[in-house]
Design a protein around this ligand. Structure first.
Ligand code: PNS
Length: 162
């Protein structure tokens, strides 16, 4: 039987506990799950592509069917290259829905064979976003239960370097 391959794309700047929750859920329903980091440097990420890759690899090594990669350009092209049938995206609240629907329908227009599958993270993660994690951290708040320990440490290391 054909293996169902899914791509979980995102900026992951940084990886949060919500992302990890979704990766775990995705790893249970897809045969192979590729976590694909958008490497677009125009977005001026806080963490380099290499740093984001390392953190994701460290935190996903427990799931044998999960791999970490990066991409540039159109997601549908990348999915075609990887032979993926699905794109996994998380929906936390109704406010995510409009943006996600727009992306899913655009991707469907570009590649009708590629399905977008939405999953919800556990409710305790429904308010966490990478953007808010960075804001809270920069303003001196605790991000302890929002991101994995390795990410928290890297955040502190970045601040120390400045
Ligand atoms: O974590 P993010 O920033 O919400 O992820 C957004 C992402 C990477 C999924 C989206 O920007 C994307 O797919 N970019 C690739 C470019 C592309 O294919 N654009 C057209 C799709 S609507």
């Amino acid at each position: 039987m054909k293996r169902v391959v899914a791509i979980y794309p995102g900026s992951f700047d940084p990886l949060t506990n919500g992302h990890l929750d979704l990766i775990e859920r995705g790893s249970k329903i897809f045969d192979d799950l590729i976590v694909a980091i958008l490497s677009n440097p125009e977005k001026e990420p806080l963490f380099t592509l290499q740093e984001r890759t390392e953190m994701l690899r460290a935190m996903t090594k427990q799931w044998s069917n999960v791999s970490v990669d990066s991409f540039n350009g159109l997601l549908v092209e990348y999915a075609r290259e990887k032979g993926a049938q699905a794109v996994l995206r998380g929906i936390r609240a109704i406010s995510d829905y409009e943006y996600e629907l727009q992306m899913a329908l655009m991707n469907r227009k570009l590649e009708p064979q590629l399905e977008t599958v939405f999953m919800m993270p556990a409710e305790q993660y429904s308010y966490i976003s990478s953007r808010l994690v960075k804001e809270v951290f920069h303003l001196g708040g605790s991000v302890k239960e929002l991101v994995p320990k390795v990410v928290e440490e890297k955040l502190y290391a970045k601040v120390k370097k400045r």
